[in-house]
Write a protein that binds this ligand. Structure first.
Ligand code: NAP
Length: 467
């Protein structure tokens, strides 16, 4: 952005904890976005011609660059997203690991060489970069959702056009600078923020040179983008919404389950696609679990994360209002507030008190919606099959958690869950080395691990006459 740009050309980025403007970025028009594809195509042709070893070394430099700028990135995330400093620091570390992992994957692209069953032919199977890729990311992990896509795309030899969420574009621009410093050539990574996401993304998707869309965000927007991609049969990867069940059996280690519940529910203030959304706790341990979980919830320090609070605001006052509505309607159906943290006296309407809700009816709206905030609704169960049916009821199946003490019991339950990822006696599943993604309407494809790089490649097979 240049200083002579008027404020009409810019998008103000607000601190959700204070309402202050923390930065401005250029607001791209559709024409400006469309013009970026020329550079992206030129960047792709140059980048794909580099060696895997070179791409690996550039990604390693980017990993080290993220580490060197870790404090600055943490503060930027706190300022534009409102998560706690500890969560932001953990995100920077997690985000940088995608560059390290894909630096290592860049030199391990798999292939195959086989003999056709009838003989006389050899099949040579190779992978090639898919081309110019559009990446769309949400506001809840402004660094990690970007690097989880950029890392494998660059490793594979693609160029990328990144549209960050309008609430949190500053981190994306900072990462693009780090990539440039690391040696990524011009045109290979371009970032465009906009007040109108659909204008920018439609301009890109209309261009025949754009071959890939990798989207992370809500299932509703994902559906619309899939329809748009159908017009040109664009290769898509979709990381969409979640509604994770968190299951506690009678045999579980309750202290461990409570630790896991705190992580699964309150990391990022509950604003994670993997956040535990519904707690199914066996009747025999319900009292102990809710007492211990409630005590930890009540002890959370809510406030401005820049001042060291454990939990900040949710992203906007509008989001907070929607979550308050879910809690109120659950209470009207009989749910009870069993524990609640205190709000600071000067809390704005964007702050929500972390809350434990018990006695929630199994068909309450709060259990079928992605809450995306610090509210933990608990349902008691006694019949395993009926509980698993409830756990599998939503149309999305991203993640789930099971605490059952004995590993074999936990794994037997985990295998019956319709979820792409299950934390088994663990409250977190995200790992750069593992396939992240969901089943049903939670998405298509996987990010992370070797799977993440496959999403940015096309398979080609050469049928070679061997007679
Ligand atoms: P969102 O409203 O779907 O937005 C996500 C991104 O899509 C933003 O960059 C947004 O831009 C853009 N967008 C919105 N409408 C668009 C359109 N018509 N065309 C093109 N782009 C469009 O989701 P969110 O509220 O930011 O994020 C929360 C959701 O993301 C939750 O459902 C969560 O579960 C999901 N999520 C999933 C994963 C996963 O890996 N499965 C990870 C994190 C989050 P603007 O900001 O400019 O509107």
């Amino acid at each position: 952005m240049t200083t002579e740009q008027t404020q009409n050309d810019t998008l103000a980025v607000l601190n959700p904890a204070t309402g202050e403007t923390v930065g401005r970025v250029h607001d791209h028009s559709g024409e400006e976005a469309a013009a970026l594809v020329d550079a992206a195509q030129a960047g792709f042709e140059a980048w794909r011609a580099t060696t895997p070893r070179h791409r690996s070394e550039v990604l390693t430099a980017a990993f080290l660059g993220m580490r060197a700028h870790a404090d600055r990135l943490r503060d930027l995330i706190v300022a534009e997203n409102g998560k706690s400093q500890a969560d932001a620091a953990a995100e920077v570390s997690y985000a940088s690991e995608f560059f390290r992992w894909y630096a290592e994957e860049a030199v391990r692209t798999p292939g195959d060489y086989t003999e056709a069953p009838a003989g006389g032919v050899r099949n040579v199977i190779t992978r090639h970069p898919v081309g110019v890729a559009v990446l769309i990311t949400p506001w809840n992990f402004p660094a990690a959702m970007a690097t989880r896509k950029i890392g494998p795309a660059l490793a594979a030899g693609c160029s990328v056009l990144l549209k960050p969420a309008s609430e949190t574009p500053l981190t994306a621009f900072a990462i693009a600078e780090i990539l440039t410093e690391a040696g990524v050539p011009e045109g290979v990574v371009q970032v465009a923020a906009s007040r109108s996401a659909s204008t920018v993304v439609s301009a890109w998707l209309a261009d025949d040179r754009v071959r890939k869309l990798s989207f992370t965000g809500s299932t509703g927007v994902g559906r619309r983008l899939l329809a748009q991609c159908a017009e040109r049969v664009v290769n898509t990867s979709m990381e969409l919404g979640g509604n994770a069940p968190f299951i506690v059996t009678a045999g579980a280690d309750i202290d461990a389950a409570v630790e896991g519940a705190m992580l699964a529910k309150f990391r990022n203030g509950g604003q994670a696609c993997t956040a535990a959304n519904r707690f199914y706790v066996h009747q025999d341990v319900l009292g102990e679990f809710t007492e211990k979980f409630g005590a930890k919830i009540a002890a959370l320090r809510v406030g401005d994360p820049a001042q060291g609070a454990d939990i900040g605001p949710v992203i906007t006052e509008k989001a907070a209002g929607e979550i308050r509505g879910l809690v109120q309607r659950a209470q009207e159906r009989g749910a009870v507030i069993a524990a609640r943290a205190e709000l600071p006296a000067d809390a704005t309407a964007a702050f929500l008190a972390p809350t434990l809700l018990t006695g929630v009816p199994t068909d309450a709206e709060i259990l079928s919606q992605e809450i995306f905030g610090p509210i933990a609704p608990v349902v008691a169960w006694t019949d395993l099959d009926a509980m698993i049916d409830l756990a599998n009821a939503p149309e999305v199946g991203l993640s789930a958690y099971v605490y059952a003490g004995k590993l074999q019991t936990a794994m037997k339950i985990a295998e019956r869950l319709e979820a792409g990822m299950v934390g088994v006696n663990r409250g977190i599943v995200s790992d750069p080395s593992a396939p992240f993604g969901g089943v049903k309407q939670a998405g298509i494809g996987r990010e992370g691990g070797a799977f993440g790089m496959e999403e940015f490649t096309e398979v080609q097979y050469l049928s070679v006459d061997w007679s």
